[in-house]
Design a protein around this ligand. Structure first.
Ligand code: F7E
Length: 342
């Protein structure tokens, strides 16, 4: 029997790598879209042992001709659109590229699918950032949106575009409204990985302290490896729809710091408030964490908590990893990597 084919845009990112690993294990012919640059883009695929099992294709989502040519040539069974300018914090300075990638890129993909590959099943990476300044204490698929960043606004466009192309053209398109999801493969600019890595550096003596922004921000943090299973499940359904993927629990950045300290046997004592808040190592009195307003955002998303009931009942998906366990996993990974590097 012919293998099912899947194309992952953004295959070099955290979710792209975990999804590639999952689809390889399920026997798919996996293609990954790769945007050429000078960085080592493939280290995540290498870490997961799938770099030789993914066929890499040159891909630039903002190039409409290229997107159309690729979709019409391969007519993949499944397309997972994970390509994005995904760092919210940078989206104010990079609002034009963020919009081109996160909004226009999705339009190009959907147009190509509509015209040349209408049987393709398509997953759009939507996000809890669309809820932004929340209008309901717990957010579900029916909660109105109020994005707070150029990133959130651009993602909202592509979310609605996906809904609209599904309803207008009867295409097989689903959108996953994923809340924050982390792992040892998370980029170091995101707060959880920044904390796990920099904390290890502080304890190893190669960094003085960690500078963080808003310690009161609350996020619903889950494990990325579990979240990509929800993406796959969405495309295996007979009905295409939107699904919130979340744990249903929320944690402050400050508490995440404490959870990350535990595996290193560090107890942190907080002193001061707002911009003057500081975290000290109880045993040594050494300053470990300080607030640096450089990391504040022009408009903040204060708190997010997702209602995952629809994903649980319709997809049979549920989160397994608690945020404390996630913090431990990330710190253990970073500590081992630092020890190995010497
Ligand atoms: O920030 C606060 C920051 O950058 C989380 C992306 O995957 O999830 C991610 O977006 C919170 C914010 O993720 C620092 O202000 C404090 O309130 O880890 P983050 P994010 O912005 O929530 C959603 C679902 C996506 O879709 C995005 O693509 O932490 N925070 N201090 C900090 N954040 C960072 N980055 N650095 C700090 O020093």
């Amino acid at each position: 029997m012919k293998k099912r084919s899947a194309f992952i845009t953004g295959v070099s990112g955290q979710d792209g790598a975990y999804l590639a690993q999952l689809l390889v294990s399920k026997g798919y012919e996996v293609y990954g879209g790769l945007r050429r640059n000078s960085h080592d883009e493939l280290y995540r695929l290498r870490l997961l042992g799938v770099q030789d099992k993914v066929k890499l294709l040159n891909f630039e989502i903002t190039d409409q001709f290229g997107v159309t040519e690729l979709i019409s040539k391969y007519r993949f069974d499944e397309v997972y659109n994970l390509a994005a300018q995904s760092f919210v914090g940078a989206s104010w300075d990079l609002s034009v590229p963020t919009t081109n990638i996160n909004s226009m890129g999705v339009l190009y993909l959907l147009e190509a699918i509509k015209r040349f590959s209408p049987e393709t099943r398509f997953y759009q990476a939507s996000t809890s950032e669309m809820f932004g300044k929340i209008v309901a204490p717990i957010q579900s698929e029916t909660t109105p949106f109020y994005p707070r960043s150029p990133y959130g606004v651009a993602k909202l466009y592509s979310h609605w575009l996906t809904v609209n192309y599904r309803e207008s053209h009867g295409l097989r398109l689903s959108s996953g409204i994923l809340f924050n999801h982390e792992a040892p493969l998370r980029g170091v600019e995101f707060v959880t990985r920044k904390i796990s890595r920099q904390l290890c550096e502080v304890m190893n003596g190669t960094r003085d302290r960690i500078g963080l922004g808003n310690l009161d921000a609350k996020r619903d943090w889950g494990y990325a490896k579990e979240y990509v299973e929800a993406m796959w499940l969405m495309l295996q359904q007979d009905e295409f729809d939107d699904f919130v993927v979340a744990t249903g629990k929320t944690t402050t950045v400050r508490d995440f710091v404490e959870y990350a300290c535990e595996p290193l046997d560090v107890e942190i004592v907080w002193e001061g408030e707002g911009e003057n808040e500081k975290g000290y190592n109880r045993k040594t009195n050494k300053l470990i964490v300080e607030v640096n307003p450089e990391f504040f955002r022009p408009a903040e998303v204060d708190v997010l908590i997702g209602n995952n009931e629809k994903a649980r009942t319709k997809l049979g998906w549920q989160p397994k990893t608690e945020v404390k366990e996630l913090a431990r996993m990330m710190v253990e990974f970073d500590w081992a990597a630092i020890q190995k590097a010497g």
